[in-house]
Design a protein around this ligand. Sequence first.
Ligand code: FDA
Length: 392
Amino acid sequence: MPSANYDAIVLGAGAAGLMCAAIAGQRGRRVLLVDHADEAGKKIVISGGGRCNFTNIHTAPDRYLSANPHFAKSALGRYTAADFIGMVERHGIRWHEKTLGQLFCDGSARQIVAMLLGECELGRVELALSSPIGEVGHDGNRFTVALPGRIATAPRLVIATGGPSIPKMGATGFAYDLARRFGLKVVEPRPALVPLTLGGEEALFRTLSGVAAEVVASAGKSRFREAALFTHRGLSGPAILQISSYWRPREPIAIDFTPDTDADWLVRTKRAQPRTTLRRALAATLPDRLAEALSERLALTTELANTPDRKLAEAALQLSAWRFTPNGSEGYAKAEVTAGGISTADLSSQTLEARRVPGLHAIGEAVDVTGWLGGYNFQWAWASGWAAAQTL
Ligand code: FDA
């Protein structure tokens, strides 16, 4: 079987792999970038509703989940949102801030893929698409990767094959299997940024499918003020996706449906408008169907004047911390990312190199670093890819 030698082989031509290969190539390394898909950056293409939320200007390490919350600091600090914006602008890609520091292309996510492929070309990266990865070996000095019809070898190997979310797009748990074969630990992976499902009594809320409202969703100490959406299976929308990354099975989440009120607001409303109902009071800020469903569940459907203050205070409290206990999530099929992954304890935060396997690196979503919704995950992919490339 013919064999070819490289300085580095990058497995996975997604966000992190493309960045890593391009920068290493531009640093003069001979790089092979391999992917089993027939197209590079497929998740980039579908991201951000086709416009790619490519970074967030508020990127900070505390917006990432990891067993080691300090791990992401080094890479995020050395390759920042401003660095990526610089690249985007050099390629003449127009962008805008949508909300909460989230930057999107004005045109299409395909521009970001074209930009990264252009950067790879500049670095003379050899791109091998539609190339299933066979046996991966290591003799202590060089890694060997069996590809269709040939063997590639290099002293450095980068695992950039992402996590298993959205398997129908070719996502796999390959990164974890390979890491384990080299003795690296894997923090139990789980779907994140994923809709949550409701059952039992709470399944009644599914009749609100399609209704959205701005809420504060919380789980433990984590809180997000964004839109929540009722679906035919349970709960979704940005606030829920965010909180899903912190949620653990069988635990409740709390939803504040009245985030701009205080504990006395209903009693005050009763004094000012005794003939109004809870439904009408809620409908001032919430969609009418939701206002109706909440008042019915609280069994407060008559005029406020007929309800004792104590009951109104209790209702206000319940509306500000409505407990849902999801019976599950929509799983990897719908999860935007995978939390958990290759343990940061086994990697250098500077070079993303395995401590006990010199020359082996892991970057992007494959690693146990998971960002909030809003461009944070791509920024981690760019930053970790860039950081690893500095030592290839
Ligand atoms: P990524 O998944 O991008 O790349 C992995 C590559 O490895 C793929 O090309 C895959 O084909 C390849 N591969 C996998 N297994 C393989 C195997 N066995 N052999 C060979 N190749 C293999 N984030 C964000 O910041 N802003 C956003 O707008 C969005 N939007 C978004 C929408 C949707 C629908 C999803 C599913 C995800 C997002 N994300 C996002 C998350 C973001 O897409 C994700 O965090 C990054 O793509 C991760 O980059 P990686 O390069 O690590 O993996």
